[in-house]
Design a protein around this ligand. Structure first.
Ligand SMILES: Cc1cc2nc3c(=O)[nH]c(=O)nc-3n(C[C@H](O)[C@H](O)[C@H](O)COP(=O)(O)OP(=O)(O)OC[C@H]3O[C@@H](n4cnc5c(N)ncnc54)[C@H](O)[C@@H]3O)c2cc1C
Length: 437
């Protein structure tokens, strides 16, 4: 008979078990605040750390160490009363049996909260998935950091100008905040850092292309901020292509719908994400590649399953006909809302529907350059940049991470330098591609 592996979590009579999958922005709020005198809380994540994704691009461009944007989950939740964390990958949910299946065993739940975030969306383009680099996790950001530096080392070794250019050309696909921030950071590396590191390479061969499918950058932000970002990036030497939908990439040439061809060894895919949905749901539970939830963030049809953050889809709010933005604020607010609802339920109060409060959005383009859209006003330039830094610093999890990030930023600002230009884990293009395949 097949041995059933368990996760070694005791069943406590009179205590309902709440299983939270994902310790991102949304899941952590619930795990930290749920009343553990009333519930047994089990938090599961495939990593033993929380990732602060908005600063991944700084890891990729050698501005920050990876451990300053990651924080140990066990260190975040210190009071362990009725709390269990398990490092595991959940691969299936049996909704009828109220059970999840993971690589370390199975577990029953009374309530299930899905907070698995999102994964890179390649829109079914297999070649692009195979040859380009995404930037959704710390290992991927480290791959990118290694690749940038390795390509410069390789460019040194060739006298073939075409090949040199190919190695030193970076194509970023997607002109949202991630693409814009990455393009700005690469352009600053080109201006301030790489010429000093590689004096025997002609930096004019380095080109940064930013390709955006729509007619403007920063689609989710105001027209004013989009124009400012465009202007700032152009000043930094980024070549921007609007209305430019990428069709294919064969590892050497990027092909666009309007017949443009760009030779590049480095294509970074920042063009979209989709919900990280675990198998077990019916087709009608899923909409726009996210899990359909009602106004109470309950997965429609099931009374004890909730979805929050990037993975959850609700289009009932007229201001967000395509669902809430897949950004940190909705995730945090939904986590906080769900905790309150669980507690209301305990007190037999009437629960209220989720209301999203838009606190604004921002993007930085580089040194002294950022744009902020707040509900009642907009900012750009130095002040916006200071606010961007402040917001990101206070949002980082853990005092140590905040201090390290701030110290790094001050040193970089004063020295025009990026300190973490290390190839610690060389990126192996072939191995990586085999893995994906
Ligand atoms: C490069 C980048 C830049 C960004 N910049 C910004 C920004 O500037 N501002 C902003 O507001 N937002 C930004 N975002 C978006 C923001 O990070 C997300 O909206 C936010 O992280 C969503 O929170 P979440 O809790 O839903 O998911 P996440 O924070 O992604 O957390 C999901 C968690 O679930 C875990 N998980 C997933 N699947 C499984 C599984 N099967 N089993 C176990 N564990 C699992 C993951 O390991 C992860 O810890 C950015 C995202 C990226 C990738």
């Amino acid at each position: 008979m097949k041995k059933v592996v368990t996760m070694n979590i005791p069943t406590v009579k009179d205590l309902k078990r709440v299983v939270i999958i994902g310790a991102g922005f949304a899941g952590l709020q619930v795990a930290k605040k749920l009343r553990r005198d009333k519930f047994q809380v089990v938090l599961i994540d495939k990593n033993n750390y929380h990732t602060f994704q908005p600063l991944l691009y700084q890891v990729a461009t050698a501005g920050l160490e990876p451990d300053s944007i990651a924080h140990s989950i066990r260190n975040i939740i210190k009071d362990r009363k009725n709390f269990f964390f398990r490092l595991a990958n959940v691969y299936y949910i049996n909704i009828n049996q109220q059970k999840i299946y993971t690589n370390i065993g199975e577990l029953n739940y009374d309530y299930l909260i899905i907070a698995t975030g999102s994964v890179t969306n390649f829109f079914g383009k297999k070649n692009i998935e195979y040859f380009s680099l995404p930037m959704k996790s710390i290992p991927e950001a480290l791959d990118l950091r290694s690749l940038i530096l390795q390509d410069f080392e390789s460019a040194l070794l060739t006298n073939d100008i075409k090949e040199k250019k190919r190695l030193m050309t970076f194509v970023i696909v997607g002109g949202g905040p991630t693409g814009v921030e990455l393009a700005g950071a690469l352009a600053e590396m080109k201006r301030y850092v790489l010429p000093n590191d590689y004096p025997d390479l002609d930096i004019k061969y380095m080109n940064i292309h930013l390709l955006q499918a729509s007619s403007r950058l920063l689609d989710g932000m105001s027209e004013q901020s989009a124009k400012e970002a465009y202007k700032n990036l152009e000043e930094l030497g980024v070549i921007i292509w609007l209305n430019c939908l990428v069709q294919d990439y064969d590892g050497k040439i990027v092909f666009t719908e309007n017949n443009k061809k760009i030779e590049s060894a480095n294509v970074i895919w920042a063009a979209g994400v989709k919900g990280a949905i675990i198998k077990g749901f019916a087709n009608e539970d899923i909409k726009r590649q996210r899990i359909l939830v009602d106004d109470y963030l309950k997965v429609i049809k099931y009374d004890n399953i909730f979805a929050i953050g990037d993975v959850a889809y609700n289009d009932q709010n007229k201001s967000y006909p395509n669902g809430y933005p897949m950004t940190a604020q909705p995730a945090i607010q939904q986590g906080n809302y769900l905790v309150k609802n669980f507690n209301y339920l305990l007190d037999k109060n009437v629960i209220k529907p989720f209301v999203y409060l838009n606190l604004g959005s921002m993007a930085t383009i580089g040194r002294n350059k950022a744009v902020c859209d707040f509900p009642f006003f907009k900012l750009k330039g130095f002040l916006a940049w200071i606010i961007w830094m402040f917001v990101h610093l206070i949002s980082l999890v853990g005092f140590r991470n905040r201090v390290i990030a701030l110290t790094n930023w001050i040193i970089q600002y004063l020295q025009y330098n990026k300190s973490v230009r290390l190839i610690i884990r060389p990126f192996n293009r072939k191995k990586n591609h085999l893995k994906i395949n």
